[in-house]
Design a protein around this ligand. Sequence first.
Ligand code: PAD
Ligand code: ZN
Length: 368
Amino acid sequence: MPKAAVCKEIGSKLEIADVDLAPPQAGEVRVRLGASGVCHSDLSVTTGQLLQPLPAVLGHEGAGTVVEVGEGVTNLAEGDHVVISWVPQCGTCYFCARDQGELCEVGSMAIMTGGLLDTTSRFSLGGQSLFHMAASGTFSEETVVPAMGAVKISDDIPLTSAALIGCGVLTGVGAALNTASIRPGDSVAVVGAGGVGLNVIQGAKLAGAERIIAVDMVEGKLERARDFGATDAVNASDGNAVAQVQELTSGRGADVAFEVIGLESTVMQTFEMARRGGQAVIVGVPKMESRFDVDVALSLVMGEKQVRGSWYGSSNVHRDIPMLAGLYQEGKLKLDELVSRTITLDQVNDAFEAMGSGEVARSVIDYS
Ligand code: PAD
Ligand code: ZN
């Protein structure tokens, strides 16, 4: 019986409980988690900002060891170290065939229903079925996931660092390398320097951006942003952040501006920070009813501004997880530095509270 953190209803704290886990069915694997990061999206489920069928085992940023494979699984074997992908990607549907695996038809259906690929769950508590957050459920000592949602990595990467690839790193670095079109020498603004924003910053650096402006309201977050490649820092609590970014970019605005918070107000600011002909890339997930009001004539048509949403870093997980793991091994991608503190599963509610503080980039549950 694995111990897991369960969200029973919106507005309540996660409950730690011993849950039942059914064996993997055909095309599934059972994974013993080594670690799971705590992402803002987990908190957003508990506040109702992000839709997720409940009750559910939360957590979607995990890495671990395969301990059992279901019938017909050929891509993984017992003992493999894997990063869990919260969008299982089939590789063959309409979207995967067009290099938009983050929108995979099969994976998206699982996420929406709260179950695995057949929409049913392997978790239960006292006979009541529990959903898996995003076909994962990594706030549990063990989980069962689709084999197409687990990607093998080398055994010598610490699982506490590898776990972060599963959401924050793929999302952030992918937004910079896959969604945006950053050219060497570009100026980039990143609004929100939390766990995902830091990865947009290090992704923009990998893409060759020359000026990387981090925008946040917490001084400690801005200091850490510099360690990840930010060349400038704007504290949004010191007055108009848009004007400060424009001042740093010769009055034009940034070539590419990213929103990595999930607020209507900062989505609008990010759009205004992008220069004429530039891109605003929205990564943060605001509440579901959010709207975005743009002046069509001046900004979109005559100004040729582009707005793009970025889901899971526009990543092909089967390509990008091994690529990111390789960059880490070559010393070109920071993972260990994202782990501000390791915690036990019982401390997960405290990790939500710590998110607002300057000291924490990511809290990571260490199951070992
Ligand atoms: P986080 O809480 O670690 O970081 C958010 C940062 O924003 C913090 O550093 C805050 O200090 C800062 N902040 C808050 N308000 C403001 C403000 N008004 N102005 C400037 N800075 C501010 O969160 P995270 O990095 O884990 O997640 C960020 C968002 O990304 C969140 O909405 C999450 O749900 C979303 C996300 N999207 C995807 C995707 O695929 N698009 C994947 C994962 C997470
Ligand atoms: Zn996440």
